[in-house]
Design a protein around this ligand. Structure first.
Ligand SMILES: Nc1nc2c(ncn2[C@@H]2O[C@H](COP(=O)(O)OP(=O)(O)OP(=O)(O)O)[C@@H](O)[C@H]2O)c(=O)[nH]1
Length: 329
């Protein structure tokens, strides 16, 4: 069965799968409009697959922010596949490209895309990332999802550097209907987080979502503060935090990669949330992150609403990228 047909079947089997593919399709419309129309043009221009074809393909992938290293690897693999399958017609390459994209994402190691949430104990998730990337919004969206699943959730406002950040988290707490632990702006974030852990324990919460500052006087201070916050959590609950999620803004392109390098050098980042994929035509950044950082993208933000956060799914992502072609199958 062709790969496109497989994807089409997968995402039309159940109502739930269908909903997921619809979200990705809507969220990736900017990337799809730009990326697939370029691929279609390329295929129309070159009937046969030759060196020039691959050079132009490289250009398209780089423009989609896939990242130079990833593009080189991908194109090498495509060339091998073209030889192996004896592909002559460039139109036949569209499916191979999509299949390879899924493979790249799946990778060759066992980093899990699942979020580590304990079944019968308090799970603590720490959110880190620079200002404005969508940390608070992501915490709100995740609180909503977890609550839908029947979990008791508590939020803690660890970004004490900016008064607005505390208020914003409170707004989300009210919207979703979960408790928010806070102190006045300017308080010691580690002390607020400590309060958050105590409150979550005494209220019998299942999950504690911790917001942190994205900006301090300087980067060293910020990284020291994050380490301190992490130590406080570890001391209170052995094995916690169960996840350290780095929030990155997809619209910042390659800059997101350098932020990831800075944060993962000083905190043990266990996963990435890539926000605002709906706001960029360069959604290829997901692949660059996966390939170059070896940190799994666990969630993607596909819009500003409460239910616009989805678990990252490589197949659904590729479905979103090639939806027009897949649906013609
Ligand atoms: N389109 C879109 N907008 C998003 C998404 N996630 C967050 N945003 C928007 O991005 C803006 C910044 O989000 P915040 O949650 O305030 O970001 P933050 O990282 O908490 O920023 P600070 O509170 O300033 O540290 C808001 O306007 C959000 O609505 C997303 O997935 N898609």
């Amino acid at each position: 069965m062709s790969f496109f047909k497989k994807l089409k079947d997968k995402f039309t089997t159940t109502e739930k799968e269908h909903e997921v593919s619809d979200k990705y399709k809507a969220g990736l419309s900017k990337t799809r409009d730009s990326f697939s129309s370029k691929i279609n043009n390329l295929v129309a221009r070159y009937r046969s697959v030759d060196e020039d074809f691959f050079e132009d393909l490289e250009e398209i992938l780089i423009q989609a922010d896939v990242g130079v290293m990833t593009v080189m690897d991908l194109v090498e693999e495509l060339k091998t596949e073209v030889k192996r399958q004896n592909i002559k017609d460039s139109a036949d390459l569209k499916e191979v490209i999509s299949e390879k994209l899924v493979e790249i994402y799946a990778g060759d190691d066992d980093t899990s895309e699942n979020v580590n949430i304990q079944d019968d104990d308090l799970s603590v998730i720490l959110f880190v990332g620079v200002n404005g990337v969508g940390k608070t919004t992501t915490i709100g969206k995740m609180a909503y999802q977890l609550k839908q699943q029947g979990k008791k959730v508590v939020l803690v406002a660890g970004d004490t550097f900016r008064a607005g950040a505390i208020e914003q988290l409170e707004v989300w707490g009210e919207r979703v209907g979960v408790d928010v632990i806070k102190q006045a702006a300017g308080s010691d974030p580690a002390a607020v987080i400590y309060d958050g852990v105590k409150a979550a324990k005494s209220r019998g919460a299942d999950v504690l979502l911790c917001d942190t500052a994205g900006r301090l006087q300087n980067k060293v201070n910020l990284m020291n503060e994050l380490s301190k916050v992490k130590r406080v959590i570890e001391r209170e609950i052995p094995g916690a935090p169960h996840e350290v999620l780095l929030v990155l803004d997809a619209t910042t392109g390659q800059n997101a990669l350098s932020q990831a390098k800075t944060f993962s050098a000083s905190t043990n980042v266990t996963g990435i949330v890539l926000t605002k994929l709906d706001g960029t035509a360069k959604g290829g950044i997901v692949l660059a992150i996966r390939k170059e950082l070896k940190i799994p993208v666990k969630y993607v933000g596909l819009g500003e609403q409460m239910n616009d956060l989805e678990k990252f799914d490589a197949n659904a992502f590729v479905y979103g990228l090639f939806a027009d072609m897949i649906e013609q199958e």
